[in-house]
Ligand binder design. Structure first.
Ligand SMILES: Cc1cc2nc3c(=O)[nH]c(=O)nc-3n(C[C@H](O)[C@H](O)[C@H](O)COP(=O)(O)O)c2cc1C
Length: 345
């Protein structure tokens, strides 16, 4: 199977909810929730992609080529590249149900592992949004990161216990979920949490714990105070509030505030290995990719997921070769240039 075939299959299998556009940039699906788009005008999703596209890569081929090593150590384990599938839930309501929570996780979790990487899995108003993927996490020996929502204390404890039983290598919480329209419509109790609450939650996880949905240095410093292993710089793919900056725009300041003291993951609009390179250059330790993984799974199942991941790694390696980077640590800010006058967006 080729990636082109994966996309052709996906176009048939995902209609009409996802159009599998040539560029997955939030334009065609703007405002579509339920669906795959960004909230409101869709501007947050679109800006993630446009600002990434304005960052360009500085070539330099005058160096001693010692090969390129894309590997990264995270969660105490070695990965082929610092690339993870983002948590995606609501396959029935947001997509067309071609895959459901169980079959998506069965393609996603082992597909990422096959390519040397790993997936985050999601959570939501029906309990099976968490529990169906957890079966795949367990079957994979825990090589995945389930992501729980900021529920009330009792619900959260029960859900975290289930995650712990799965043997997951890490756990995350999308602290920004209070902005999700579908959760609000279901009347589910999710809300912001204090540093004191999150400190207890991070300890209760008993494994590396990440806070997802961090968009300012101040919030990153609070996550650090909670004892989190890391943060995900994320605006939830533009689905929790309209009119945020792009994640790559806020990344350098967040890196400056907490970099080296906790792991900084980033998501939002990452589509290729070149995008991964840009995010690493601007200060991320790793990236998450959301919507393209659903497309890969709907178009090619586990094989499609593995193929897409390998494609990303090959592109990252190519970018490293073209810029004189032998290891991820060599991907420094001077390897990219931001050509984007933000006012033009
Ligand atoms: C349909 C859909 C469902 C999502 N479900 C979850 C979820 O359950 N938990 C979560 O933390 N993030 C969820 N996200 C957000 C993604 O994890 C991720 O932050 C975002 O999709 C990244 O942007 P990208 O799709 O442009 O790569 C969802 C996103 C989409 C599009």
């Amino acid at each position: 199977m080729t990636y082109r075939e994966v996309l052709q299959n996906a176009r048939k299998n995902m209609a009409p909810n996802c159009r599998v556009c040539r560029e997955c940039n939030g334009v065609a699906c703007r405002g579509e929730i339920p669906g795959t788009g960004g909230k409101g005008s869709g501007a947050s999703f679109i800006r993630n992609c446009r600002r990434l596209a304005q960052i360009k890569i500085n070539m330099d081929l005058i160096y001693e080529d010692r090969g390129q090593d894309t590997s990264a150590t995270l969660f105490g384990r070695k990965f082929a590249a610092p690339v993870f599938a983002a948590p995606i839930s609501g396959l029935g309501v947001n997509y067309n149900g071609f895959l459901n929570e169980r079959t998506y996780a069965q393609a996603l979790v082992p597909g990422c592992i096959e390519a040397g990487c790993a997936a985050f899995t999601g959570d939501g108003a029906p309990d099976f949004y968490l529990t169906d993927p957890l079966a795949a996490v367990k079957a994979a020996g825990g090589r995945a990161v389930p992501t729980v929502k900021p529920w009330d204390a009792e619900t959260l404890r029960a859900k975290m216990d289930l995650v712990k039983e799965s043997g997951a290598m890490g756990m995350a919480m999308d602290i920004d979920a209070a902005g999700l329209p579908l959760l609000a419509a279901a009347g589910k109790p999710v809300r912001a949490k204090t540093v004191a609450e999150l400190t207890k939650i991070a300890a209760y996880a008993e494994r590396p714990f990440l806070l997802k949905g961090i968009m300012t240095p101040a919030a990153a410093l609070k996550a650090l105070e909670c004892g989190a292993y890391g943060i995900v710089v994320s605006n939830h793919g533009g689905r929790v509030i309209d009119q945020t900056p792009a994640t790559v725009e806020v990344l350098p300041a967040i890196r400056k505030a907490v970099g080296g003291r906790m792991k900084v993951f980033l998501d939002g609009g990452i589509r290729t290995g070149l995008d991964v390179f840009k995010a690493l250059a601007l200060g991320a330790d790793a990236v998450l990719i959301g919507r393209p993984y659903v497309i890969a799974a709907c178009g090619g199942g586990k094989e499609g997921v593995s193929l897409y991941t390998k494609k990303i790694i090959a592109e990252l390696k190519d970018a490293m070769k073209m810029t004189g980077c032998a290891a991820l640590a060599d991907i420094t800010p001077d390897k990219v240039v931001d050509l984007g006058p933000a006012a033009e967006l």
